[in-house]
Each structure stands twice: as C-alpha cells, then as structure tokens.
Design a binder for this molecule. Structure first.
Ligand code: ADP
Ligand code: MG
Length: 368
C-alpha cells in the first residue's frame, strides 16, 4: 500500500435519517450517524437489529426507503457499489471457491479496469499486508478459515478504498484466532487509516476494537460513544444489559436524591431523570469488612452461591429486599482464601464514584 491509502485519503461518512422497511419490519428506523474520517466504528446489536442492512446501505447493495448517505461531500445513495470506493468483507467471505487466491484478490481490480501490468504487484502487496505472502496460487478450498478471512480482507483493501466495511468477519473463527485477528485488524486499521465500519454482535469484540461503538436495537441507533463511555455510562437499560453484565435496580428520585430502600445513594453524578435504575456491575462490587465506609454505598445481603471460574469467581448475593446481585472477584491468593461461604451475611460495597444511574426507558421493546 502506498501513502495514498493513509489517513489523508480517509473520508467521513454522514448518515441521515436512513430508513428501510421490509413489510412490517423496520430494519432501519431513522438512523443518524456521523463516522469521522479515519475512525474505526463498530455497529453492535443483537441478531436482527439492522446491522447488516445498514452496512449494505453504505456499500450500495441496499437502497433505503428514505434518507441520505454522504461520503465526504458526495451523496452516494444512487451510486452503484463498485463506484463508491468502498471495500467490503462479507460475513461468509463470499470468495469465489473455484478461483485462486490471486484471482479472488484481483477481482475488484478487474471490475475497476486496472491495467493488467499493475495487477500482479498490487495483489502481492495486498497479500503481504494480510501476511499471506506465497499463497497467490492456492485454491480457496485449500485454505483454513483464518486464511480465507485474510483473503477476503486482502480483496477488500487491494484497490485502496477510502472506506472499509466489515460484516462479522471473525464470527466463523475459533476463539484464539478471533482474539488474535481482533488485534491484527486493529493494527491494520492504524496502518492504512481507512474510515472503517465494523459489524459484530459480540460486545467484547466491539469493546476491544473500536474508537466508538454504535449500539443498534430494533433498527434504531441507541447510543454512539467510546467503549469506556458505553460501558461505564450506558444511555439506556438495554445498553447496560447488552454490554457487560449488570443488575438494574429501580430507584426513586426525590429532590435530586436517589433513594433505595430508604437509603440515599452517594452518586458519581446527579440523577439523569426522574425515573432511574441503579446499575450494579459484578466487578464493581466488593465485599467490605465490617465497619464504617463513608465512600461506599453499602448493601447488606446473604451469600446464596459462589462459583469458581478460574481467573475469577462470582458470588450471588440476595439483598434484604430480595434482589439477587452478582459480584465478581479476581482469583488471587488472598481473595480465594477468604471466599464467602453460602449462607454468610456480607456487606456489598459500591464506591460512590462508580455509582451510576441510568435513565429508565420504556420504549425499548424486547429487553436483552
Ligand atoms: P442483523 O445484521 O443485525 O442481524 P439485519 O440487518 O440482517 O440484522 O436484519 C434486520 C431486520 O430486517 C431483520 O428483522 C431481518 O429479518 C430483516 N431483513 C433484512 N433483510 C431482509 C430482506 N432482504 N427481506 C426481508 N427482511 C429482511
Ligand atoms: Mg447481520
């Protein structure tokens, strides 16, 4: 890849009010999204939430009923896929099995009528980028899943597109290879600098790879923020449940104070709405020793069960009002030696700085 594929060629994507229905199904419902130039953004949502549809709209394979998509200053809604300057990795890779690796990678160059003399060099360069040097003459059906994934990626970047779209490209790989490829794709993005829209239903993958995550549910954009903001300050109960684990407990807000079981909560920020829920993430809770803990909200309860999970353990605690809460601890020598026994009374603590309220939302349809 030459310097033209660097950040200077990247384009922002402006998605405005994009709507697509299939019969009664709102695959996309009035989606607004701004992707910054050179950004790696991930569309994250459950199966059927509209992720592939949005990617297909960007690639030009699906025409929305309504709305606008601009790459930089250019409206592209009516532009055919091969004129959009977009590389795409499809979920099932969509490679041509009867062709060689080189034949597959050269395909977009032939579509774009690149001179024959330039093709070999560009194919070689793309193969080197995905670390498949020497594989040019292999047949697709002689490759492993991870190698096919790399060929699909090479085919998407060989014409040095300004925008790269990927639809669950790692979902067919086993966990070890997936973890490895997540980091590799991230490095490749840093190197090539293309504006990248990545689709996954795997929240950990989204947290690992993205500059920002756009959470989608029922065809609607629910929240778009950096991974830590999404995780620490989910905009809705759906986001809190879909990303990470949490127990959400309704709290009453009166005079700007959040009350839980008659106790005023110490908070990291003022309550965001009149109806809120307290987010209890397992790893943010600790078991406190007896005594005063002015910086913590303290929830007394009884240990119901403790599950050892290797690197961590989970204790299920029943609070006095009957709420079941999970707390997670790292398996270190001291914590394992003092694992709480079922039946024991404990004080669960949540630091004020980590006490986050989420505005209640009642229009989210099916909750995760
Ligand atoms: P995701 O990729 O998030 O799993 P999709 O974008 O594939 O979701 O689908 C969103 C919704 O639109 C689903 O309910 C799906 O069944 C529907 N849908 C997608 N494509 C079509 C199509 N070509 N015809 C009819 N319904 C479709
Ligand atoms: Mg999909």
């Amino acid at each position: 890849m030459d310097s033209r594929s660097g950040v200077d060629r990247a384009l922002p994507i402006h998605i405005r009010r994009v709507t697509k229905t299939y019969g009664d199904v709102h695959a996309l419902d009035n989606v607004d999204l701004e992707v910054r130039s050179g950004e790696f953004i991930t569309l994250l949502g459950p199966s059927g939430s509209g992720k592939t549809t949005l990617l297909m709209v960007l690639a030009g394979f699906t025409r929305p009923d309504y709305g606008s998509v601009r790459f930089g200053d250019r409206e592209v809604i009516r532009m055919p896929p091969h004129r959009r300057d977009v590389g795409m990795v499809f979920q099932n890779y969509a490679l041509f099995p009867h062709m060689t690796v080189a034949g597959n990678i050269a395909f977009p160059l032939r579509m774009r009528r690149v001179a024959k003399g330039d093709m070999g060099e560009r194919v070689e360069s793309a193969l080197a980028t995905v670390q498949l040097d020497g594989f040019a003459e292999r047949r697709i059906d002689q490759l492993s899943g991870g190698q096919k994934q790399r060929v699909a990626l090479a085919r998407a970047i060989v014409f040095e597109p300004r925008i790269l779209l990927m639809d669950e490209p790692l979902s067919a790989l086993d966990k070890k290879l997936r973890d490895h490829m997540q980091i590799e794709l991230r490095h490749l993005h840093e190197k090539l600098g293309m504006t990248t829209v990545y689709v996954t239903h795997d929240q950990r993958e989204a947290l690992t790879m993205s500059d920002r995550i756009a959470v989608i549910n029922h065809g609607r954009l629910v929240q778009c923020d950096a991974p830590r903001t999404i995780y620490d300050h989910p905009a809705t109960p759906f986001v809190a449940n879909f990303i990470g684990e949490s127990t959400l407990v309704p709290v009453e807000v009166t005079d700007g104070r959040a009350m839980l079981n008659g106790q005023a909560l110490g908070l990291s920020a003022a309550p965001p709405a009149a109806r809120c829920r307290l987010m209890l993430r397992p790893e943010r809770l600790t078991i406190l020793p007896d005594g005063g803990h002015p910086e913590y909200n303290v929830f007394p309860g009884t240990v119901r069960e403790v599950v050892y999970q290797g690197e961590s353990f989970v204790a299920w605690v029943t609070l006095r009002d009957g709420t079941e809460v999970a707390m997670r601890g790292i398996s270190q020598r001291e914590s394992l030696a003092s694992l709480p026994a079922p039946g024991r009374e404990v004080l669960l603590g949540l630091h004020h700085e980590e006490t986050v309220l989420i505005p209640d939302a009642d229009d989210e349809g099916a909750k995760a």
